[in-house]
Design a protein around this ligand. Structure first.
Ligand code: PEP
Ligand code: MG
Length: 574
């Protein structure tokens, strides 16, 4: 059987399927008969022992794989398991209130979770997720459900899940994940970004795949063409093995371009910037090969948290990135949530059409304190480097003026506190709503720069939900309408002498990048995984050729024809 998906991180793999469906235990209120407290205490102790054993096993595997850092998380979980205060309360509840061990565990853990959630100290608040994890482990063991954890896989597998949470990806055993397949998520989902940065082949948006595969079944994943084959026969397997070999050879060849300057064949330099989702050392390693940060998706700071990140916490993150890039520009996009991006620490309104709803900048306008906290943190960090602030989902000049008003307020607040900030911070917008693209000439007068968010621009210009796997054929990144819109934006900003970049997925797609170069883009921004490939492409491309491609991309009648044309023209350079 063959299934189609969205190939968001290139690669090819054949292996066993690991169905990842995390068990979320539900605690049920329960009492034990009087006189059975000693037996219930014994049962509680056996749960502790089993949990301790599981944690030790995970730690052992992580340490053996050289992941000492991740192993520490599970040492902390062991400490929680035997925390004296919680342990004593649980025992009391079983012994004197006749609660079942499960109910007692639930009550006591929830009490401590509530307490910690209110703590001022960020580090203490972050322990809430750990408490939840330990509580779930105990209740899962009590329910007799075996452990499923991506942190310590026994063998290399193809992970198949509905979606992955940031906590899953943070501890992902990357050496043993051959490929990642999920039912939801597009090229810009959290799972996609992590898969690319770990270089794990990933196929997302494979509708209903969890119910179609069995744990342990063999599968072949082609995350270049976008297919998964269940139970591949020997011939199919041989084909996949060959494709994998070719892919790895090509990737090794491309890697040679990583440290080189982004120079075109005629000497034109087209700066290559980095898209970041965090300030981790792993992501910041890209600073050695890029000319700046074209997009820092700050919403990732807010994800997987019980509480909103504080000004101080954000300031430290922004400072780390700005410092890593020295005088090179760091473009920080203000909070962009809603639509496909949800937050645990914030209740978002339930809407009929979330992608057209109260999201991103609009949401920030409706929560002034959240917006101002972020802007103050960013402005404070601006003294450590070259900060560019960028607003997402701008639809009109009203949006621009209102957002700039918030920046002025944040500056005033810092001045009142006597806190310094750089006077050279640039202010820009994302172009991802057609209405602002069509008045780019007017917008260019009000801001210092723009960056085109092609993921959303494609979605809004073609009226196709970027997350809906059933509509994949309609989501056409090579639609000539997009190249016309982008061309107009670039020309309009060029008239004002202001730079435009692309930070959507098109920036890191070599076929689209060649057209963007020809349209006169000032820079391209992409995840680290695409940098080497784009530099290789540029090295073989002249501006004259790029202009020819751009002319065709704007004039050919269909997206399909543009795509075939670009592939035929550019294949020899890749
Ligand atoms: C985009 O829309 O192209 C973009 C870069 O933003 P995001 O993918 O985070 O919505
Ligand atoms: Mg967007």
């Amino acid at each position: 059987m063959e299934y189609k998906g969205n190939p968001v991180s290139e690669g090819v793999a054949v292996g066993k399927v690991y169905l990842y469906q995390p068990y979320v235990p539900q605690a049920v209120e329960g009492e034990i008969p009087e006189g059975e407290a000693p037996a219930a205490i014994a049962r509680y102790e056996s749960l502790l022992a089993a949990a301790k054993e599981e944690l030790a096993e995970i730690r052992r595997r992580l340490e053996a794989a050289g992941n000492g850092d991740k192993a520490k998380i599970f040492t902390a979980h062991n400490d929680i398991l035997f925390d004296v205060a919680m342990d004593e309360e649980i025992r009391d509840k079983i012994e004197y209130d006749f609660m079942t061990p499960e109910w007692a565990i639930h009550k006591v853990y929830e009490k401590f979770i509530k307490l910690l959630s209110k703590a001022k100290d960020d580090l203490i608040r972050e322990r809430v997720a750990d408490l939840r994890d330990v509580k779930n482990r105990l209740l899962r063991i009590a329910a007799g459900v075996p452990e499923k954890n991506l942190a310590a896989l026994e063998e290399p597998v193809i992970v198949v899940a509905h979606d992955l949470l940031p906590s899953d990806t943070a501890t992902l055993d990357r050496e043993r994940v051959l490929a990642l397949v999920t039912e939801v998520g597009g090229a810009t989902s959290h799972s996609a970004i992590i898969a690319r940065s770990y270089e794990i082949p990933a196929l997302l948006g494979v509708d209903g795949i969890l119910s179609k595969l069995a744990h342990g079944q063999e599968a072949a994943v082609d995350a270049i063409a976008g297919v998964l084959v269940a139970d591949p026969d020997p011939e199919v397997k041989a084909g996949f093995a060959k494709k994998r070999e070719d892919f790895l050879r090509r990737r090794a060849e491309e890697k040679k371009f990583l440290p080189l300057p982004p120079k075109m064949a005629d000497g034109t330099v087209l700066p290559v910037h980095l898209n970041l989702g965090s300030a981790s050392d792993q992501e910041l390693a890209g600073a050695a090969y890029t000319d700046g940060v074209g997009l820092f998706r700050t919403e990732f700071i807010y994800m997987g948290k019980e509480q909103l990140p504080t000004e101080e916490e954000q300031y430290e993150i922004y400072k780390k990135i700005l410092t890593a890039f020295g005088d090179r520009p760091v473009t920080l996009r203000t909070l962009d949530i809603g639509g496909d991006k949800k937050l645990q620490c914030m209740e978002l309104p339930v809407e009929e059409n979330p992608f057209l709803g109260n999201r991103a900048l609009r949401l920030c306008f409706s929560m002034p304190e959240v917006f101002l906290t972020q802007l103050r943190a960013a402005l404070r960090a601006s003294v450590h480097g070259n900060l560019w602030i960028m607003f997402p989902m701008v639809g009109s000049l009203d949006d621009i003026r209102r957002a700039k008003g918030f920046v002025e307020t944040a500056k005033k607040q810092l001045e009142e506190r006597g806190v310094p900030y750089s006077k050279d911070v640039k202010i820009g917008i994302m172009i991802e709503i057609p209405s602002i693209a069509l008045i780019a000439d007017l917008a260019a007068k009000e801001v210092d720069f723009a960056s085109i968010g092609t993921n959303d621009l494609t979605q809004y210009a073609t009226a196709v939900d970027r997350m809906n796997p059933a509509l994949r054929e309609y989501y056409q990144s090579y639609h000539p309408a997009l190249f016309r819109l982008i061309g107009y934006v670039i020309e309009s900003f060029a008239k004002e002498g202001k730079p435009v970049s692309v930070c959507g997925e098109m920036g890191g797609d070599p076929y689209a990048a060649a057209v963007l170069a020809g349209l006169g883009i000032s820079k391209l921004s992409m995840g680290l995984a695409s940098v080497a490939r784009i530099k290789k492409l540029l090295s073989g491309l002249t501006m004259e050729k790029a202009r020819e491609l751009a002319g065709k991309a704007r004039s050919l009648p269909t997206g399909q024809e543009v795509e075939s044309y670009l592939k035929a023209q550019l294949e020899p350079l890749l």
